[in-house]
Write a protein that binds this ligand. Structure first.
Ligand code: IPE
Ligand code: IPE
Ligand code: MG
Length: 240
């Protein structure tokens, strides 16, 4: 089978911005007779290899990963604190490697509700990588699409911007993703057909790719398939 990058020739038909809802960690663990948390640990490995593959093989410019939603606080406290700790550990471990690979990190979501030490770890990682010119890697952590839109509205009002000046471009520039392009391809693993409050403004005209594969089992083959599928879509944006 030809790969999406071969098929795309000069990569013109590759998405500029890919967003991923990394779902199915808990069910993966259950299938393997393991506690849910082992699924999150396995999910980190998938995230690592996905980032590297999309960066090194396809040279994707923008990748956004959904790691923790504003609704995920509704989970049992043990699972929540496990995820928060795991995330802090991963950033700590990975940040210098990302920096070497010229990856620029962006955090999408609210920092305030996160533990102090995680806030500091995130801030340090953003600061270290802020001038990098390679892949922009957004991690949506404590992210909610509706909250993002409300935050944008609040900022616009606080800045006293007159209503006649509010257009889509201005609104875009007040979202967490300011400066990032719209999502071209949104992938969800884990077999659910919903977007769970993820990038609802930015994915208004995205192509969607849903797969039953559980996030810890996500691999290069599935990525190739998703990109091939994307390439075969006809994006019309309302035109002909
Ligand atoms: C996604 O996997 C990771 C997070 C939401 C943090 P889940 O934990 O939602 O796994 P399932 O959907 O229960 O299998
Ligand atoms: C979406 O997954 C959030 C993340 C992957 C971080 P959920 O498992 O929380 O979504 P629902 O509950 O199935 O909508
Ligand atoms: Mg889930």
């Amino acid at each position: 089978m030809e790969s999406a990058s071969q098929a795309a020739g000069e990569n013109a038909l590759l998405p500029n911005h890919i967003a991923v809802i990394m779902d199915g960690n808990g069910r993966w663990a259950e299938c393997h007779g393991l506690p849910r948390f082992e699924g999150h640990i396995a999910g980190v490995e998938s995230a690592r290899s996905t980032i590297r593959y999309l960066n090194n093989k396809y040279h994707i410019k923008y990748l956004t990963l959904y790691g923790f939603s504003t609704e995920n606080w509704n989970r049992p406290p043990d699972e929540v604190s496990g995820i928060l700790h795991l995330f802090e550990e991963v950033i700590d471990e990975e940040v210098s490697e990302f920096h070497k690979e010229k990856v620029k990190l962006r955090h999408l979501g609210h920092l305030e509700e996160l533990p102090q030490s995680l806030q500091q770890t995130i801030s340090k990682a953003l600061e270290l990588t802020k001038n990098n010119t390679g892949l922009t890697l957004g991690f949506a952590f404590n992210y909610g699409g509706r909250t993002e839109i409300l935050d944008a509205v609040r900022h616009i009002i606080t800045e006293g911007i007159p209503s006649q000046n509010i257009d889509e471009e201005l609104f875009n520039n007040h979202l967490y993703t300011a400066g990032m392009p719209d999502v071209d391809l949104l992938i969800r693993t884990g077999g659910e057909f919903r977007i769970s409050n993820f990038l609802i403004w930015q994915s208004a005209y995205s192509e969607y790719y849903f797969t039953d594969v559980l996030w810890p089992d996500f691999n290069e083959k599935v990525i190739d398939k998703a990109l091939l599928s994307y390439r075969q879509r006809q994006r019309r944006f309302g035109g002909l």
